[in-house]
Design a protein around this ligand. Structure first.
Ligand code: HEC
Ligand code: HEC
Ligand code: HEC
Ligand code: HEC
Length: 116
């Protein structure tokens, strides 16, 4: 095995844990009876004042269960159930399948940076 290749493999082995930690960053432990809003009041207030809060689309819909499938920045797969047309790129203002909804929408106000 060449020296360069060996070094590459070693580097990958050293950094792999760092890479996978970033991908599945854990939420700090929380008691079951604690509501998200107890610790994240600002986000909860913003959410409540906009469409998802008003329609009861809860924090866990996007962020997942804190233990198993927690995501800070959820991908479009978490929207499909209710917004399939936007996810697949078949809606007004959504003519291509987006990799992320957050290039245009704010996670909690849902408003776009395009004047709405
Ligand atoms: C007991 C307090 C507490 C409760 C309850 C709580 N969190 Fe958190 N949360 C934290 C702390 C502490 C952090 C880490 C803060 C930081 O890194 O700035 C955090 C971070 C986060 C983050 C950002 C993670 C990141 O990578 O920056 C999200 C999203 C989040 N919490 C969502 C939730 C949701 C959704 C709920 C309810 C299901 C919830 N939290 C309940 C304390 C709590
Ligand atoms: C429609 C999906 C969605 C819902 C519902 C949602 N969030 Fe978020 N949340 C996001 C996105 C996207 C981000 C990341 C924003 C960013 O990176 O700029 C985020 C970020 C956060 C953060 C981290 C903020 C920071 O500055 O690091 C916290 C805390 C959080 N959300 C809590 C909540 C709580 C509490 C609720 C329910 C009251 C909630 N979220 C509901 C999409 C959502
Ligand atoms: C459980 C169903 C559900 C899921 C999942 C869901 N939403 Fe929604 N969303 C709604 C409802 C209900 C409304 C309000 C529709 C209305 O009033 O016409 C809404 C409205 C919106 C709006 C329009 C806000 C406005 O002010 O007009 C945006 C943008 C949006 N959602 C983005 C997302 C994104 C991005 C995701 C995934 C990360 C997501 N939603 C996941 C149910 C959902
Ligand atoms: C390129 C920017 C962009 C991206 C990416 C984007 N949106 Fe939008 N979205 C918009 C704009 C602009 C509007 C306002 C639509 C209009 O009235 O023309 C909108 C409106 C919406 C609405 C309200 C319904 C409507 O048509 O008015 C929903 C729901 C929505 N988006 C969901 C999503 C979801 C889910 C994703 C990710 C899969 C997403 N969007 C990604 C720009 C974007």
């Amino acid at each position: 095995m060449g020296m360069k290749r060996l070094i590459t493999i070693l580097l990958v082995l050293i950094f792999l844990p760092v890479i996978s930690m970033a991908a599945s960053k854990k939420h700090p432990p929380v008691q079951v009876e604690q509501a998200c809003s107890e610790c994240h009041e600002a986000e909860a207030v913003t959410w409540q004042e906009h469409k998802h809060g008003l329609m009861g689309v809860g924090c866990v819909v996007c962020h997942g269960d804190l233990e198993k499938n927690f995501l800070k920045r959820p991908g479009p797969e978490r929207c499909t159930g209710c917004h399939a047309e936007q996810v697949s790129g078949r809606a007004a203002g959504h003519k291509t399948k987006p990799k992320s909804c957050w290039t245009c929408h704010n996670g909690h106000t849902l408003l776009t940076n395009q004047g709405r």
